[in-house]
Design a protein around this ligand. Structure first.
Ligand SMILES: NC(=O)c1ccc[n+]([C@@H]2O[C@H](COP(=O)([O-])OP(=O)(O)OC[C@H]3O[C@@H](n4cnc5c(N)ncnc54)[C@H](O)[C@@H]3O)[C@@H](O)[C@H]2O)c1
Length: 251
């Protein structure tokens, strides 16, 4: 039996990068994936790639995770379609670099809305169903949640919040069998990293510490950790943050 046979998994950010790789990986291990994102064509491509792996067909839905009502509707649609929910993966996220004095209210609100509120609203909607299935949540944080990084202050704030969301949820449900964990990737070779534009006037000496010594990870590397944490093999893993960052936070 494959690790995710009979399991229903809701993944956000599934149109690209880590969300796409995770969808393909879990489908290849038997999961029924309900894939959501704001990018409809990207979702279609992910579904086609996952189908090629030979697992169950992927169901897709356009959802803006910053909107509570859309998160509630996504979870309700998933449970209506498949009768259960075993895993929630909060993967959707955005990043940008600015001098702190140039951050606009629009950029700040969007960053908080997608990276923090998105995880919170999805978890809030999913938890009653996950409690019924002894399910679990995997959030995608970042090494930026552990380190103070220049020129990405809002992003660091949001990823620190994802780490604390993970720990606080873990404690609120410590007396149940629900598991809540997070992955903290370092640089990953996805469109988010490829389109990361750094302001021209930055002091690169300040950025050297968190660029690291090794090459970037691939999205599939994060999907592997996700598949482990979301599976029953990780039954004793709860409330913990797993770095996959090529040593960026090691020293
Ligand atoms: N790539 C990296 O170097 C890196 C490092 C650490 C953490 N992360 C985190 O990994 C996660 C996935 O990022 P990625 O690297 O795969 O980037 P990506 O840009 O390839 O994928 C992010 C996905 O999130 C979706 N998304 C954005 N806003 C959304 C919204 N409001 N509602 C629903 N979906 C939305 C995008 O459309 C996209 O498909 C993010 O949370 C990111 O912060 C990435």
């Amino acid at each position: 039996m494959a690790r995710f046979d009979g399991k229903v998994v809701l993944l956000t950010g599934a149109a690209s990068g880590i969300g796409r790789a995770t969808t393909v990986r879990l489908v290849s291990e038997g999961a029924q994936v309900f894939a959501v994102d704001v990018n409809g064509p990207g979702l279609d491509e992910t579904a086609a790639l996952a189908t090629a792996s030979g697992g169950p067909a992927v169901t897709t839905k356009i959802v803006d995770v910053s909107q509570r009502a859309e998160c509630q509707a996504a979870v309700a649609d998933c449970v209506a379609a498949f009768g259960r929910l075993d895993v929630l993966g909060n993967i959707a996220g955005i990043a940008r670099a600015d001098n702190v004095v140039d951050v606009t209210q629009e950029h700040w609100d969007r960053m908080i809305g997608v990276n923090v509120s998105g995880c919170f609203w999805m978890a809030q909607a999913a938890i009653p169903h996950l409690l019924e299935t002894t399910g679990n949540i995997v959030n995608i944080a970042s090494n930026a949640g552990f380190m103070g990084q220049a020129y990405t202050v809002p992003y660091c704030v949001t990823k620190g919040a994802v780490i604390q969301l993970t720990r606080a949820l873990a404690m609120e449900y410590i007396k149940t069998k629900l598991r809540v964990n997070a992955i903290a990737p370092g640089g990953v070779n996805t469109s988010l990293a490829q389109n990361f534009h750094i302001p021209a006037d930055v002091d690169f000496e300040l950025m050297a510490r968190y660029t690291g010594f090794r090459s970037m990870a691939e999205a599939e590397d994060i999907a592997s950790m996700f598949a482990y944490l979301a599976s029953d093999e990780a039954r004793s893993v709860h409330g913990s943050i797993h770095s996959v960052d090529n040593g960026i936070t090691a020293g």
